[in-house]
Design a protein around this ligand. Structure first.
Ligand code: NAP
Length: 237
């Protein structure tokens, strides 16, 4: 049984899968969660083939009961939580006059509300890890558009960085650090729509993000890194 455990949402592809792989390399037992079961199962096969111990839970992060089920499965399998990665997310571009309520709700439910629910459901486990080694870590995937709100991506830009700052103020004393990751275009399925304008080899790699999280694992308990911005050359905020 690994002596550290991590829960990664949105782990079936892209940034979440790269972070899950890195956490496996760093000796964590993994719980991976995402929406579509078949896609998640494929990712889990690859993680297990790489030698990692993996608990797999499909669920919709927009559903409170699914969030609770995912955390319960993690607790049952590993009994501890050293790293929580709130990475599942969706972006639906629209001008403000064209925003559709259903799409606003979906983005806020998955990108913001689910993060809040995961903190609440995981607070006890994270506090136990913080008491153990003062280095429990929560990673929240925001975006460059969270640093500097972008037209068309206005709903997508909301809230995660402010929430992360609040959690550092509330939980650092319990040995729990939070970080917001703020990348520009990363080469994942999510950015397929933009490849006509920005080619894959001009994008940030998922491994650039996972290596940054690896660095966070090795900072001392005295060092909090509240956010990390990943820009492409010339992509100033
Ligand atoms: N790629 C970029 O340029 C970029 C830039 C800034 C921030 N981000 C953020 O980075 C995070 C990861 O995105 P990515 O680029 O790695 O894209 P991705 O490869 O499409 O991964 C998104 C992950 O989130 C899961 N997911 C989406 N909606 C869900 C829901 N309702 N319930 C449960 N899981 C759900 C997906 O599972 P299914 O496929 O089964 O839905 C998938 O595992 C997202 O929060 C995204 O907003 C991405």
């Amino acid at each position: 049984m690994p002596d550290r455990a991590a829960l990664v949402t949105g782990a079936s592809s892209g940034i979440g899968l790269a972070i899950a792989r890195m956490l496996g390399e760093e000796g964590h037992g993994l719980t991976v969660a995402a929406r579509r079961p078949e896609k998640l199962a494929e990712a889990v096969t690859r993680l297990r083939d790489a030698g990692f111990e993996v608990e797999e839970v499909a669920g919709n992060m927009a559903e409170e009961a699914d969030v609770q089920r995912i955390v319960a499965a993690h607790r049952e399998r590993w009994g501890r939580l050293d790293v929580l990665v709130n990475n599942a997310g969706v972006g639906v571009g629209a001008a403000v006059a064209d925003t559709v309520t259903k799409r606003i709700d979906m983005q806020l439910d998955v990108n913001v509300r689910a993060i809040i629910l995961f903190y609440r459901e995981c607070a006890e486990l994270l506090r136990a890890a913080g008491a153990d080694h003062r280095n429990a870590l929560v990673v929240n995937t925001s975006s460059l558009s969270g640093k500097s709100g972008q037209t068309w991506l206005s709903v997508y830009s909301a809230a995660v960085i402010g929430w992360t700052q609040a959690m550092n103020k509330e939980l650092n004393g319990d040995g729990i650090k939070s970080v917001a990751l703020c990348p520009g275009f990363v080469d994942t399925p999510m950015t397929q729509f933009v490849r006509e304008h920005v080619s894959q080899d001009q994008m940030i790699r998922p491994e650039d993000i996972s290596e940054a999280v690896r660095f966070l694992l090795h900072t001392s308990p005295n060092c909090v890194v509240p956010e990390i911005v990943f820009q492409r050359p010339g992509e100033a905020i």
